[in-house]
Design a protein around this ligand. Structure first.
Ligand code: CP
Length: 313
């Protein structure tokens, strides 16, 4: 890996290599281990958008790898005085870093940064606008790999909720397709489906009950009120009635189906609390797996950097 900006463009072997690398960070009891693969490296976390899971699991991953970690406090930085993303980046780069992890509200921000940094710095995308959230996509694949009783090729995966505004949905659909999942289903109100989504090779369902019937994985997505910008639905209870992940709907899926959600959740809107906290939920395992995936991506990015530098010498 040179930069890790998205899942599109990576092939099956590359995705499998990231999953395999992440697996090496678990011991025989399934506990995460430390391995100082980033000893002496400096990682700067630049989160221009709020985050609980991604920012914190990146920091945990970096520390488990032995990196020097700097969390840039964007709220108290000179971006608040109008300093551009490019100038912010160039100034932080002058302080010497090996990897920038970036989350930004603008789609394409991570790609832009990758064009602006010097060749000895890697950019890892922690989520850009509506576009991509590749480490979330990969931690979701690791979770399915570890928890689902069948291989990717044999799975039916239902992605339900606000797909239009979801960078997670885009990264998940791309990863599922690359890993060979043939039956990828999506269900949302028409207003929350991107136009032409059928082009991505997914099966579109208008009826939530039909969408989840006999599936192996139900992935819920958050209603992204901050991106919708105006009240879109008659009410949360109407949404829950038609599209909520309820115990009755989970019962329509296979008996060993997994329930996933990237978080944060709107309980009682897109998912029932009893489902989110229930026996089939792997939502907190997703969070834990996020540490292993981020350790893998950081390690592979650093490996890519070292190879790049060695080739230049
Ligand atoms: N899943 C996810 O990206 O959560 P955060 O916004 O809390 O990082």
């Amino acid at each position: 890996i040179r930069h890790f900006l998205g899942i599109e463009g990576l092939n099956k072997a590359q995705l499998q290599a990231i999953i395999a690398k992440a697996e090496t960070f678990f011991d025989e009891n399934g506990q995460l281990i430390n391995r100082p693969e980033l000893d002496g490296c400096t990682v700067m976390n630049l989160f221009f958008e709020p985050s609980t899971r991604t920012r914190t699991t990146f920091e945990v991953a970096e520390k488990r790898l032995g990196a020097n970690v700097l969390n840039i406090d964007i709220e108290r930085s000179s971006t608040k005085k109008g300093e551009s993303l490019r100038d912010t980046l160039w100034n932080l780069q002058a302080m010497t870093a090996d990897i920038f992890v970036v989350r930004h509200s603008a789609s394409g921000a991570a790609h832009f940064m990758a064009t602006e940094v010097t060749p000895d710095i890697a950019i890892i995308n922690g989520g850009d606008g509506w576009h991509a959230h590749p480490t979330q996509g990969m931690l979701d694949m690791l979770t399915i790999h570890r928890e689902a009783p069948r291989p990717f090729e044999a799975l039916s995966v239902a992605i339900v909720g606000d797909i239009k505004h979801s960078r997670v949905a885009r990264s998940d659909i791309s990863a599922l397709q690359t890993l060979g999942v043939k039956d990828i289903r999506v269900c949302a109100p028409r207003t929350l489906l991107p136009k032409g989504i059928e082009r991505y090779g997914v099966h579109v369902y208008e009826n939530m009950n039909e969408c989840v019937t006999d599936c192996d994985v139900i992935m819920g997505l958050r209603i992204q009120n901050e991106r919708i910008g105006s009240p879109l639905l008659a009410s949360s209870s109407e949404y829950y009635k038609h599209y909520g992940i309820t115990p009755e709907r989970v019962a329509l899926a296979k008996p060993d189906a997994l329930v996933m959600h990237p978080g944060p959740m709107n309980r009682g809107v897109e998912i029932a609390s009893s489902v989110a906290d229930g026996a089939q939920s792997v939502i907190l395992k997703q969070v834990n797996n996020g540490i292993a995936i981020r350790m893998a991506v950081l390690s592979l990015a650093m490996e890519g950097q070292r190879a790049h530098q060695a080739a230049g010498k």
